[in-house]
Design a protein around this ligand. Structure first.
Ligand code: PLP
Length: 380
C-alpha cells in the first residue's frame, strides 16, 4: 500500500500503539476526579501529560484543554469566545479557505447577527493583509480566524505578520488559529506566536482519532461548549481520558523528535513528484512555499474522483477535496477561492505525506500514473 492521504488522517505509530497498551492497565484507569489513590494517580499523570504537551508547544499546562478532535476545539474556541465576550465586537474576520470546522461556526455566527468579513486570498492562498489592516481599522472586530497550514494546498499563513497587524491596530481583537496541519510539520511556539486560541488534532500526527487539543492563552475567557461535571476547569466537562491524552503526548513527542529528518525526506518526495508530474502535463496547484507535506495537483483529462479510483487499483490512496467534504462530490472551494480555474480544480487530487513515506513510493506512484495514462486515456 502507498498511503499519500496523511492530511486526511494518519495511522497510529508503534510508539503510540504501545503507550495505548500500557495505559489500558487497571492501575492507570482510575477516574482523575476520584478521591482514592487510583484517581489521584490518574489525575497526576494527566496533569503531567498536559505539562509535557504544553512544553512542546511553548505553552503552560493550564493553557491546554483536551478535546475529542480539532472540530470540537474550533467550536469551543470560536463560539465559546464570542458567547463569553459579547462586548468584544460584532465583526469577525476570516477567509473562505478555512476548514469547515471554522466555516460552519462562522455561518452560525452570521445567523446570530455577526458580520463576517472574508479576506480574499491570492493564488498562493495568502490572505490580503492590506484589507486586514483596513478592516481592523474600521473597529468592532471581536475575532480573527485563520488556518496556519491549509489542509488542501499546504499554503502557510504569515502568522507573525498577522499578529503584528493585530497588535498595531486592535490589541483587543482575539486570534483563533487552526494549527491542525502545522502540528508535527513546523515548530510551533504559541507564546511567541501571540495567538489567543489554537486547535490541534492527534489523528493527523500518528495518534488515534478522538484526540484533540485546544490551547487557550492564559487570561482568555470562553463559555464552554460542553457542560457537566466541571472537569478541565469547567472549560470542557466529561471524564478525562488519560489513555487518549497519553496517545496525543506520545505522538507529539515522537513528531517533535523526528521533525527535521521527516521534513527533509518529505521535501525530497515533494520535489521529485512536482517535477515528474509537471513533465507529464499536470498542473501543480500547491505554491512553492507550501509545506512539502501537501501537494495538490490537477491531472489532465482525469476528473479527481476518476484518478483517485484509478490509483486505488494500484493500492495507492489519495484525496480529492478534503476528506470530510469529499463525499459531497464538490469542486474544492479552497482552490476556487485561490482563483484556480473550475475545470482544473475539478481534476485536482491532493497527495499528502508523512514521515513514513519513501522515495521508492514516490517512484512507484509515477509508474502508476504513467500506466493509468497509457491504459485509460484512450477509453476516457
Ligand atoms: N482543521 C484542519 C485544517 C483539518 O485538516 C482538519 C481535519 O481534516 C480539521 C480542522 C478537523 O480535525 P478533526 O478531524 O480532528 O476534527
Amino acid at each position: 500500500m502507498i498511503y499519500f492521504d496523511n492530511s486526511a488522517t494518519t495511522f497510529p505509530s508503534n510508539r503510540v500503539r504501545s503507550v495505548i497498551n500500557e495505559y489500558l492497565a487497571d492501575e492507570v484507569s482510575g477516574n482523575p476526579g476520584s478521591l482514592h489513590t487510583l484517581g489521584v494517580n490518574a489525575d497526576r499523570l494527566y496533569n503531567e501529560c498536559a505539562a509535557d504537551i504544553a512544553g512542546l508547544l511553548g505553552a503552560s499546562a493550564d493553557e491546554i484543554i483536551f478535546t475529542s478532535c480539532a472540530t470540537e476545539s474550533a467550536n469551543t474556541a470560536i463560539r465559546g469566545y464570542l458567547s463569553r465576550n459579547k462586548r468584544a465586537g460584532s465583526r469577525v474576520i476570516s477567509t473562505a479557505t478555512e476548514h469547515k470546522a471554522t466555516l460552519e461556526c462562522l455561518d452560525l455566527l452570521k445567523e446570530q447577527g455577526y458580520e463576517i468579513v472574508y479576506l480574499p486570498v491570492n493564488k498562493e492562498g495568502k490572505p490580503d493583509l492590506n484589507m486586514l489592516e483596513e478592516e481592523l481599522g474600521k473597529g468592532d472586530v471581536a475575532l480573527l480566524c485563520f488556518t496556519y497550514v491549509n489542509n488542501e494546498t499546504g499554503s502557510v499563513l504569515p502568522i507573525n505578520e498577522i499578529t503584528g497587524i493585530r497588535n498595531k491596530i486592535s490589541r483587543g481583537t482575539a486570534i483563533y488559529l487552526d494549527a491542525v496541519q502545522a502540528l508535527g510539520k513546523i515548530r510551533i511556539d504559541l507564546k511567541k506566536m501571540g495567538v489567543d486560541m489554537c486547535s490541534f488534532s492527534g489523528h493527523k500526527i500518528h495518534s488515534v482519532k478522538g484526540t484533540g487539543i485546544l490551547y487557550l492563552r492564559s487570561g482568555v475567557r470562553i463559555d464552554p461548549l460542553i457542560y457537566g461535571g466541571g472537569q478541565q476547569k469547567n472549560m470542557r466537562s466529561g471524564t478525562q481520558s488519560l489513555l487518549l491524552a497519553k496517545a496525543f503526548e506520545e505522538a507529539l513527542k515522537e513528531a517533535s523528535e523526528k521533525m527535521e529528518d521527516s521534513y527533509k525526506t518529505v521535501s525530497e518526495i515533494n520535489a521529485y513528484l512536482r517535477s515528474e508530474l509537471a513533465k507529464r502535463g499536470a498542473v501543480i496547484l500547491s505554491a512553492e512555499d507550501s509545506v512539502p507535506y501537501v501537494l495538490n495537483v490537477s491531472f489532465r483529462s482525469f476528473e479527481s474522483e476518476t484518478m483517485l479510483h484509478c490509483l486505488e487499483m494500484y493500492d495507492i490512496y489519495v484525496s480529492t477535496v478534503s476528506a470530510c467534504s469529499s463525499k459531497a462530490k464538490k469542486v474544492s472551494y479552497v482552490l476556487l477561492a485561490c482563483g484556480v480555474d473550475r475545470k482544473i480544480a475539478a481534476n485536482a487530487v491532493r497527495l499528502s505525506f508523512s514521515r513514513y513515506n519513501t522515495m521508492d513510493e514516490a517512484r512507484e506512484f509515477i509508474k502508476a500514473v504513467d500506466e493509468i495514462y497509457d491504459r485509460y486515456l484512450v477509453l476516457h
